[in-house]
Design a protein around this ligand. Structure first.
Ligand code: UDX
Ligand code: UDX
Ligand code: ADP
Length: 465
């Protein structure tokens, strides 16, 4: 029986940070050290002011406050933490490749490989290595081959333990997961012991029946499949939102009607300006790439359509703004409310807002953005990353402000991009009065009350109605 006393997590991001904080909170007997090469990020995790944590998640400050300094530590001393751990979680970023074979589709495993080599170099005692990042199927095999060829006699067991938390509800999801999935090698005694060791970590707070164990490949593929199914639901309802707009049906009514069928279920049927986040697109592209590499054209095409639909949804939202504003937005002030890819997070990766803003900037609009949790630096970095225009031009064309009222003053149009609660509570009369007329309002989230806003005088457009 292996009992875990010391955990190291490499990568202090949106996944590693919250997950380790909850493990430390729930298993006070285990020392958990989260390491990262990014010194600024580690400093923020160690900030005495808990409102300055680098990841914004409701409830996370309390969890970190409880465990930090007791059995939860954040550090840049990667080698030391690896050396003393019995179990190492790899939770580094795995972005889509931007070069070479598989460009734009396959995951870039450079960082994972660097981690594996570092673990191999530093370790002097046996370790269980856990893949936490979303990875293409069969990554564990690559990890294994790097780790097993160190020649220093240290033994490694590789587990896959995909993360299913959703941003914005990470702490809730970690406290009461629908399931925890652990993939390992059930055919050897060492493999079984490693699986059990990780089961025991989660068993501090997760009921046994919610902890599933599988072989490594099933676990890896389940993660991609779960995200592909979820994203497919969003693309499916978004495809119907366009048809609703043409036919006079209302997508919310359709979603409610189909969601009551227990075989379909009510969740994840909210039409939107398009899904974002670090996982959905990347995981589907990964699935498509894997299918293609096995020559499964129909399978690859089937899943790729989910992405094609999502890109279409973002583009048509932007096109509709331009068309509605008499076919030109050149020099017009457009207020974008929200930049995060969903509410209750400061994460902006793949946010629909980035693509809509880019489209409007190409049309020479004067875009003004307000998001309650996203910084100006992040917004500019997101646009620069697209590489559509020079950094100087981006700074020239886009303005980031500190309130929704400032953003909407004298605007030709307002576009709601993220479903932040505070946007519902805004004084929309005040906004209407300060806008140019006609006051156009585009709701990309079905957040606002259409009839009430029309009664105030807005020219109102909402996805799917
Ligand atoms: C997702 C998975 O839910 C999670 O299990 C996995 O671990 C990581 O990827 P996340 O990306 O954090 O989590 O958020 P999620 O709530 O899944 O939303 C993803 C995107 O879909 C967001 O842009 C959201 O606004 C959009 N969405 C979601 C819709 O447009 N409509 C919906 O009905 C649901
Ligand atoms: C369907 C709808 O379920 C029903 O609500 C509607 O009114 C009529 O169409 P039906 O065609 O009678 O009903 O059967 P259903 O149980 O939905 O199965 C349809 C097909 O899907 C069958 O061939 C079934 O074998 C197949 N199926 C269903 C699967 O292959 N896998 C599944 O998980 C479920
Ligand atoms: P995720 O959403 O998967 O958590 P993030 O990008 O938020 O992704 O976090 C990943 C973190 O991993 C980043 O803070 C990055 O600095 C860190 N990281 C990447 N490679 C290494 C490495 N070799 N050693 C330590 N930290 C790393």
């Amino acid at each position: 029986m292996t009992q875990i006393k010391n955990i190291c997590c490499i990568g202090a991001g949106y996944v590693g940070g919250p997950t380790m904080a909850v493990i430390a909170q729930k298993a006070p007997g285990i020392k958990v050290t989260v390491v990262d090469i990014n010194e600024k990020r580690i400093a923020a995790w160690n900030d005495a002011d808990l409102s300055k944590l680098p990841v914004y998640e409701p409830g996370l400050d309390a969890v970190v406050g409880e465990a930090r300094g007791r059995n939860l530590f954040f550090s840049t001393q990667v080698d030391e933490a690896i050396a003393e751990a019995d179990m190492i979680f790899i939770s580094v970023n795995t972005p889509t490749k931007t070069y070479g074979i598989g460009k734009g589709m396959a995951a870039d495993l450079k960082w994972i490989e660097l981690c594996a080599r570092q673990i191999a170099r530093v370790s002097t005692t046996d370790k269980i290595v856990v893949e936490k990042s979303t990875l293409p199927v069969r990554t564990a095999e690559a990890l294994k081959s790097i780790l097993e060829n160190t020649g220093n006699g240290v033994k490694f067991q590789i587990l896959s333990n995909p993360e299913f938390l959703a941003e914005g509800t990470a702490v809730e999801d970690l406290h009461a997961p629908d399931r925890v999935l652990i993939g390992g090698d059930p055919d050897t005694e060492e493999g079984k012991a490693a699986i059990q060791a990780l089961v025991d970590v989660y068993a501090h707070w997760v009921p046994q029946e919610n902890i599933l164990t599988t072989n490594v490949w099933s676990s890896e593929l389940s993660k991609l499949t779960a995200n592909a199914f979820l994203a497919q639901r969003v693309s499916s309802i978004n495809a119907l939102s366009e048809l609703c707009e043409k036919t006079g049906a209302d997508v919310n009514e359709v979603a409610k009607a189909i969601g009551q069928d227990s075989r379909i279920g009510p969740k994840f049927l909210k039409a939107s300006v398009g899904f974002g986040g670090s996982c959905f697109q990347k995981d589907i592209l990964n699935l498509v790439y894997i299918a293609q590499s096995f020559g499964l054209k129909e399978v690859a095409d089937y899943w790729e359509q989910v992405i094609i639909m999502n890109d279409h949804q973002k583009r048509r939202f932007a096109e509709n703004i331009v068309r509605t504003l008499y076919n030109t937005v050149s020099g017009k002030k457009i207020a974008m409310l929200g930049w995060a890819f969903k509410k209750d997070t400061n994460d902006t990766r793949e946010s629909a807002a980035i693509y809509v803003a880019d489209y409007l900037l190409n049309e020479r609009a004067e875009v003004v953005v307000y998001d309650p949790k996203v910084s100006k630096e992040q917004i500019l970095a997101d646009l620069d990353y697209l590489g559509t225009r020079s950094e100087a031009e981006n700074r020239d064309l886009i303005t980031v402000v500190n309130s929704a009222y400032e953003a909407t003053e004298e605007a030709h149009a307002v576009a709601v991009m993220t479903e932040w609660d505070e946007f519902v509570a805004l004084d929309w009369d005040q906004i209407y009065n300060a806008m140019l007329k006609p006051a156009f309002l585009f709701d990309g989230r079905r957040l606002l009350d259409k009839e009430a806003l029309k009664a105030k005088g807005f020219e109102f457009y909402a996805i799917g109605s």
